[in-house]
Design a protein around this ligand. Structure first.
Ligand SMILES: [Zn+2]
Ligand SMILES: [Zn+2]
Length: 267
């Protein structure tokens, strides 16, 4: 018995430390309401407020929705968003260093209503994309301003480093687009808590910047932007999902502290 314990202990220690390292890496708090920063990820910048460009690759039907999302988030005291001409040029939504590209398209019956993808280097966000899937938004269930606002607002919110405030599909709405729900009516815009959280995330300043296309700190390995990035194969590993499975977070590592995260809202 004693010999067996001595034999097993190192194995247990190795397993425990490996698990601890893994947990440290993926330490998220999906239930946390007071703090819905996304693991501390943020855009590096040397002053506040900073302006993040949202590349407009969306159709005219989505333009007013993107406009609402942009003006909603720009009420933050620490950041402004500015809609600029898109550089993604297609629904593939190729990322652009230092900014966020926003795209729509009929991506097919692939199960997702919208995704947000963020590339990070260390703790700093270097580029982001948001895609909304017209295959579902063109159906009666989702073809409403409320659904479009909720999904656009939430996906763009993820690109600032925000997580969800709530992931329970069926409880009362919190009045924020960062709360997933079966009835988006009162969850189409950010609420004060989102602005407070942004102020908290961006309370420090950095010595460098990842905002803007010429930023050296924004460089990601070429492999990080390869493919259309629309499928779980490319999202790589699922880190977590909400209880009903409607919200997922995936991670793809590229080495040297560089990661791509994919937030998914399932249809
Ligand atoms: Zn920083
Ligand atoms: Zn989300």
């Amino acid at each position: 018995m004693f010999a067996m314990t001595r034999l097993r202990l190192p194995v247990a220690l190795i397993v425990t430390s490996a698990l601890a390292a893994l947990l440290a890496l993926v330490a998220f708090a999906p239930g946390a309401k007071a703090n819905h920063s996304w693991n501390g990820y943020h855009w590096a910048r040397t002053a506040n407020p900073f302006t993040l460009q949202l590349g407009d690759n969306v159709s005219s039907q989505w333009d007013p929705i993107l406009g609402t999302t942009s003006s909603d988030w720009s009420k933050s005291t620490v950041l402004d968003t500015r809609i600029v001409a898109g550089q993604a040029k297609s629904k593939n939504c190729r990322p652009t260093s230092g900014r966020v590209e926003v795209c729509n398209g009929a991506y097919g019956n692939n199960g997702w209503l919208g995704i947000a993808q963020i590339w990070v280097s260390g703790k700093h966000i270097t580029q982001g994309t948001t895609k909304v899937n017209d295959t579902y938004f063109n159906t009666a269930k989702y073809n409403t301003t409320a659904w479009r606002n909720l999904v656009m607002c939430q996906e763009v919110g993820h690109t600032f480093g925000l997580d969800h405030q709530d992931e329970n599909f069926n409880n009362p709405n919190l009045g924020t687009c960062m709360d997933y729900t079966n009835d988006p009516t009162t969850n189409q815009h950010p609420n004060q808590h989102d602005y407070d959280e942004l102020a908290f995330i961006y309370s420090h300043l950095d010595g460098t910047t990842t905002v803007g296309s010429l930023s050296a700190a924004s460089r990601m390995p070429p492999a990080a932007s390869r493919g259309d990035l629309n499928s779980p194969d490319e999202w790589d590993q699922k880190m977590r999902e909400s209880r009903n499975g409607n919200l997922e977070l995936w991670v793809h590592g590229f080495g040297n502290g560089k990661w791509m995260f994919t937030f998914v809202i399932r249809a």
